[in-house]
Write a protein that binds this ligand. Structure first.
Ligand SMILES: [Zn+2]
Ligand SMILES: [Zn+2]
Length: 419
């Protein structure tokens, strides 16, 4: 079937064609881009809408296998395509942990019918224990795009160095969850004025920054590739900026909540504001925005972490960490970061594709038709009832947001359309 996207404004910083052009899609691929691309069985009227290369999420938790009461691959990817994601990288902290080829194969199998592409990120260490390396070669051959112990830091520096070197032999990298647990201690929110006022144990920013510094030095000294996950502090961004200036092979991401919320939101003791790393202070929010806009932070990743309400509608100290993030990422970026569509395309599509070395993030003839269409100016109030993900845990419920994904196309198939 032929599909035509008509009259939209194409945003395509990695490609050559942009502006008000039509796109024709045949057999899953883009077959023509131009003013007169011919007829199609199905036409999407994109007048007034913005057409992006498909969004890629570098960091999410789909919870399957093992925690399907929180989310599963089908429910998670349905939420992802609603958020405009045509592909998502899922973290390995499932049950069992995705630390063998067998579990990767299982995830691939479950993802076959999913509306979005699913790129598994294999565990770096067996059982996420930080002690023994996984068979990264086998997992790479089944499509793992990177390796990570996300949820846990790799505590031993020697182990981290070995993991980075081993991943590199397969052309892959470690995506690092940076947290020194000995510095974090019993902390449950950011350490600062708010934690003092609220009487809650704090997590020092040093817990994150010390690990970032260590891993940047490893990457720099040994010429290894490194991707730093969910950067949340001004100091962490400064370290990465300095390392990049020295030519260190580092990329990084931050999540929408780190530029849309600060720790004053924890004042209501709403566990939906509990996330790891924690919401930081206003100065950090400012630094995350500046880092995203100046290119120090390469990508916006959701760290979509759905939880059951029984793990969230409880005492802050006992609640699980994480935010259900697929369905608000784009709106939060438009509302709180920038309405520069080229910049958004870089952060949501171009750079994520480059980081995991996928031939996407661009709209061009012959490429896979992974496309996200959005209404940049539409405003709405985000409600719990609107959430498709099984995880309703969002601190942004009730907020007025701007920017809505209207259509998501994966391999030429319209997998999501806003009603
Ligand atoms: Zn993490
Ligand atoms: Zn995560």
């Amino acid at each position: 079937m032929k599909l035509k996207i008509s009259g939209g404004d194409i945003v395509n910083p990695a490609g050559e064609q942009f502006g008000k052009l039509d796109i024709l899609i045949e057999d899953g691929k883009i077959s023509a881009i131009g003013k007169d691309v011919g007829d199609a069985e199905r036409v999407i009227d994109a007048a007034g809408l913005t057409v992006f290369p498909g969004f890629i999420d570098l960091h999410c938790h789909l919870r399957e296998p093992g925690q399907e009461y929180k989310e599963d691959i089908m429910s998670g990817t349905k939420a992802a395509v609603k958020g405009g994601y045509t592909a998502v990288c899922c973290m390995p902290n499932t049950k069992p942990v995705m630390d063998t080829a067998a579990v990767v194969a299982l995830v691939n199998d479950r993802a076959r019918r999913a509306p979005a592409k699913v790129y598994p990120v294999g565990a770096a260490s067996v059982g996420l224990s930080g002690k023994e390396l996984t068979e990264m070669g086998e997992m790479s051959s089944l499509g793992c795009v990177a390796f990570s112990d996300d949820g846990h830091p790799i505590e031993s520096g020697a182990m981290m160095r070995r993991a980075m070197m081993y991943a590199q032999t397969y052309g892959k990298m470690i995506m690092a969850h940076e947290e020194d647990l000995s510095i974090k201690g019993e902390g449950i929110m950011n350490e600062g004025y708010q934690s003092t006022v609220l009487g809650m144990p704090g997590i020092s920013r040093v817990a994150e920054e010390a690990m970032i510094a260590r891993d940047l030095l490893l990457a720099q000294t040994y010429g290894l590739k490194l991707h730093i996950q969910h950067v949340s502090t001004a100091g962490g961004i400064e370290l990465i900026r300095a390392a990049k200036a020295k030519g260190t092979r580092v990329t990084c991401e931050s999540a929408p909540h780190y530029f849309s919320a600060d720790d004053s939101m924890c004042a209501g003791f709403d566990a939906n504001t509990k996330v790891n790393p924690p919401l930081r202070e206003k100065g950090d929010v400012k630094a995350v925005k500046a880092g995203l806009l100046d290119g120090t932070i390469d990508a916006i990743a959701t760290d979509h972490a759905p939880h059951h309400k029984d793990e969230k509608k409880i005492e802050f100290a006992l609640a699980a960490s994480g935010i259900s993030g697929f369905e608000t990422a784009f709106s939060l970026a438009v509302t709180n970061l920038t309405d520069d569509a080229d910049k958004l395309a870089e952060l949501f599509s171009v750079n994520p594709a480059r980081i995991i070395e996928k031939k996407s993030g661009v709209i061009e003839n012959g490429s896979f038709a992974d496309i996200t269409i959005a209404d940049m100016s539409k405003q709405y109030t985000f409600t719990e009832q609107s959430i498709i993900s099984k995880g309703k845990n969002s601190p942004f419920i009730g907020q007025k947001l701007k920017g809505v994904v209207t259509h998501t196309i994966v391999d030429g198939e319209l997998v999501y359309e806003a009603n």
